[in-house]
Design a protein around this ligand. Sequence first.
Ligand code: ADP
Length: 363
Amino acid sequence: MSKIDRQKIMGILDEYDKEDITIATLGSHSSLHMFQGAKTEGFRTAVVCEKGREVPYKRFGVCDEYIMVDHFSDIVNEEVQEQLRDMNSIVFPHGSFVAYAGLDNIETIFNVPMFGNRDILRWEAERDLERKLMTESGVRIPKKIKNPADIDGTVMVKFPGARGGRGYFVANSTEEYDEKIETMMARNWIEEEDIKGAHIEEYVLGCNYCIHYFFSGLKDEVELMGIDSRYESTIDGLVRVPAKDQIDMGVNASYVVTGNHPVVLRESLLPQAFDIGDKITEGAKGLVPPGFNGPFCMQTLVNDDLEVVVFEMSARSDGGTNTFMNGSAYSYLYYGEPLSMGRRMAMEIKNGIAEDRLDEIIT
Ligand code: ADP
C-alpha cells in the first residue's frame, strides 16, 4: 500500500474551518493533559475511546466529544476517520495511538491531519533506524557489541519485540551470555530466531532520566519541557529484596513501566540535555525531513562520569509527560505558569493558525 500523499492531508486541512478545530486522540497513554491543554487553549476536544475505558475522561471532564469504539484499533476505521474529519480534527499522536492504530496504517490509510511528522514514528520503532538517527546526530548511546565473543564488561542483552524488557538480561562475560541464552532456550522463553536478533550493548550503570522535549517547527527551536524517571516492575521490586533472597528467588528481572515520577537533573547536566535535544533535532532534519515536530523524549542513563547516555527515544509524546500535567520545573521557566506538554502542543496549533502556518506542522 502506498504512503499517504501529503497533498491529500493538506487538502483536508484546507477544508477545515480554522475557527472551529477539534483536538482529538485515543483515550489512553498521555491523552489527559492533551485534552486539558487543548481546552485551556480554547479548542474542542474529542476522545476516541474503547468502550469501558471512558471513566477518566468523564470524571476529569476533559472531553467534549466521545467517539466510542469496540477496540482502540478501530480509530483507523473509515467511519471513525470520517467523524474526526467532520469535527475538523487534528490528531495528537502518543504511544498508545501508534501502538493501536499501527504504524503501517498511520503511514498509509489514516487520512486525518496529525500534529507532528508521521514519518519519524518508524524511526523510534525500528532499532536500526533509531541507532542510525542517534549515531549520525552525534548523540552518545550505549556501545554495541557485535559478537558475543567480544563481551569484556557488563552488557545488557535485548531481544526484538521484547516490549517492557521482558526477557532482557545482564551478562558479564561471553560464558555467562552463553549460559543465560541456553537457560532461556530451555525454558522456551526465546527461540533460535531471537538469538540471531539479539542486541548486545554496554550496560550503563547509572540513574534513569527521561527528558521530554518539544521541538517547535514554528520557532525552529527545542524546548526542555520536563524530566521523569520510571518505576519498573519487577526490577524496582527486586532491588528492595536483600541480595541473598534475590539469588534464591531466581527470577529474571523485567522492566515493565508501571508509573513515573518527576525529577530534575543537577543543573550542571542541563547543557548536555540541551545539547542532546539540539543534536537529535538537527540530525533528524536531514534523515527524515522535516525532522522532529512537537513532543519527543530521550530516555537516558547518567553514569558517575556524569555522561548522559541515551538508550531509547520516543518520537512523540511519551508517557512520562504525565508527571507534569500541571507543569514542570522547566516548563515553568519558559512560561512563568504551569504548562503541560499537551498545552504546549495546543499552543503550537494555535500559533500555527494565527500565523497561517499550520501546513508546516501538520502531516
Ligand atoms: P523497552 O523499550 O522494551 O521497554 P528499553 O530499551 O526501554 O526496553 O529498556 C528497558 C529498561 O532497561 C530501561 O528502562 C532501563 O532501565 C534498562 N536499560 C536499557 N538499556 C540499558 C543499558 N544499556 N544499560 C543499563 N540499563 C538499560
